[in-house]
Design a protein around this ligand. Sequence first.
Ligand code: C2E
Ligand code: CA
Ligand code: CA
Ligand code: CA
Length: 279
Amino acid sequence: AKHLGGNTFQFFTDNLQACTLERLQLENQLRKAIDEGQLEVFYQPKLNLADDQLNAAEALVRWRHPQQGMVAPGEFIGLAEETGLIAPIGEFVLRQACRQACQWQRQGLAEIRVSVNISVHQLRQGNLTSLVRQVLEETGLAPQYLELELTESQLLDNVDSVIVTFRQLRELGVKLAIDDFGTGYSSLSYLKRFPVHYVKIDQTFIRDLSPGGEDAAITRAIIAMAHSLELKVVAEGVETQAQMDFLKSQNCDEIQGFLISRPVEAAAFAELLRAQRDH
Ligand code: C2E
Ligand code: CA
Ligand code: CA
Ligand code: CA
């Protein structure tokens, strides 16, 4: 970049420093947020298409920032992964979600399965299985009601050790899901190798789902393939009735998306379950 003037370089350095400072501030704030209980778990229902019942919930972390209000995970999960803060955050969400699902069951609201997003960083730490075992014991949630979601792209980093951990978790009785399925390169052949129970079709395929279109063909193929391997299929990002109708026609097992509900606070989720029970 010889043709660029000296000022250009100066600009980049300043910009980089501003960025680093901003990240440091964010990291410190996030550390504080964990310690001071500013993190919360929201829940988004999954609808079972076979019986039209809400039978599961995905736990999604939120940061109730004292000045900025509710902050979405897209703003801080990346940094949390880079700094290792994802470990305490992930543990918090896991414990909270298990406790909550157990409470809803005890209240007789529904036999709800709760799914928790696991980052590859947590998987690499090596003690995920013992943490999960400990949290299940501590909260009293039966293992078949806990599902762990791992994104397809993260699984491909470390195939062999991931498979070992998956086998241990499966043995515990926990359910496993591949998240954002279809966005990685693996897809078909890897599905056979990972001992999972659920495949979540990525939102990008659901968004432009029009019968006869490419995404419909991909969605149909994923569902057929998953079913032939005896895996259940969840479609996420379902926003319209037309999308739901198509997925139903293809025997998709569960759907999740704004059409059913946005992610909501625990109390609001309990209301959804109560309305369903008393319907
Ligand atoms: P994800 O696991 O793919 O979660 C689904 C995201 O899609 C959620 O965004 C959800 O609010 C959003 N969504 C659900 N239905 C619809 C819909 O119909 N339309 C649209 N446009 N969006 C929909 P959210 O809550 O902002 O989370 C973003 C991502 O942050 C998650 O993507 C996940 O990768 C990560 N994340 C959230 N909570 C945790 C956590 O506790 N641990 C880890 N490691 N990652 C988390
Ligand atoms: Ca997920
Ligand atoms: Ca996803
Ligand atoms: Ca995603």
